[in-house]
Write a protein that binds this ligand. Sequence first.
Ligand code: NAD
Ligand code: WQD
Length: 374
Amino acid sequence: MAHALNANSGYSRSGSGREAGKDRRVRMASNVIITGGAGYIGAHVCVEALSAGARVLIVDNFANSSPKAIERIREIAGESDKVEMLEADLVDDATADILAERAGRFGADAAVHLAGLKAVGESVAEPARYYETNIRATLTLIKALDAVGARRIVFSSSATVYGEANQSPVNEDGRTAPTNPYGRTKLFIEEILRDLAASAAGWKICNLRYFNPVGAHASGRIGEDPKGVPNNLFPFIAQVAVGRRDSLSVFGDDYPTPDGTGVRDYIHVVDLARGHVAALDYLARDDAAAATDVNLGAGRGYSVLEAVAAFRRASNRAIPVSIAPRRAGDIAEIYADASRATDLLGWRAERTIDDMCADHWRWQCENPMGYAEE
Ligand code: NAD
Ligand code: WQD
């Protein structure tokens, strides 16, 4: 099946005309290294960057992803000559030189850095592995970029850096107090990148603090493919809806929220991916700050039960739930003040919770075992 994207016009099957007439061409960062580009969010970033006119060099060791994602990125974008792949472990010392050599030939001018480990519970059990992987991978990328004089980095940070220290909506000046090793790797990497930006002229950093990314590309060809039992709400709901699991455990219904269940700011992964294109554009501007933190969220919260109701509407499936105890480390409510993203990057989330559920559901139905089938 061919799923061609017209540059700048969006995916043809979406039919919404939402993107018509918009020029999302990446200004100067036209050759972009995308670490973790085979992963859930990275694959969508690749598609949106390609759609905006960039070439991409994906760096991934497939630790938590599949080479099939690369085929599907090429298939959706219809621009396979603009997609290069380097299979490499960014924790490995040798990778800095290999990547520098490749990045030089590629003509890299910027990077989006998504590669890393992301499971909160695993980070509590194995903190050293999390610090080593996430921080070392960042240092390897910095070395390679420095060697080729590509000094613009968009980093995948997380709203998890705020911990439970703030009232929602939370803005970027909110207190950072992550509650687990994973979250601390994100905060420490932000700090490393800020130090880098302060160290020499030319470095431009944008730390994107994602809220809760969900959904999938409208083609149904790329989406989230968690290994084992999903940790996150949407993949779990989707697996219940498709019949892979019996019911959803709702972790707590006695929070101080309207219906007692946890409230989060869910953001469609395609909106999120477009936020990266906007950030690359911003960093290419002469007046861009050396280092900036930007929330990427929809700016409103939905409860667990509201998310389940939306998924029922999209899937027309029953989705049984049972109330379970609170999950350790969870907070009652968090959603973004996303105004900086609009003011600075000209970006805002466009897709609704119903879009998120419909697209997540399409991906789940068409790929019930993720990338494993076919
Ligand atoms: P993912 O696991 O699907 O993608 C991460 C990618 O990095 C994978 O393809 C994996 O193979 C690759 N990778 C891991 N270690 C590597 C290494 N040593 N060398 C090379 N490649 C390596 O995760 P995702 O959900 O797409 O998240 C992408 C980024 O966004 C991560 O940094 C994550 O912490 C961050 N983030 C994710 C969420 C979320 O809810 N998904 C929220 C906030 C921030
Ligand atoms: C959402 C809501 C749960 C599963 C996590 C990470 C964070 C970020 C995004 C990377 C909460 C409830 C969940 C289930 C449930 N990742 N829930 N039953 O916890 O907001 O954020 O992912 O940076 O760092 O902590 O997302 O999807 O796990 O949970 O009731 O089976 O759904 O209690 O209220 P969370 P989530």
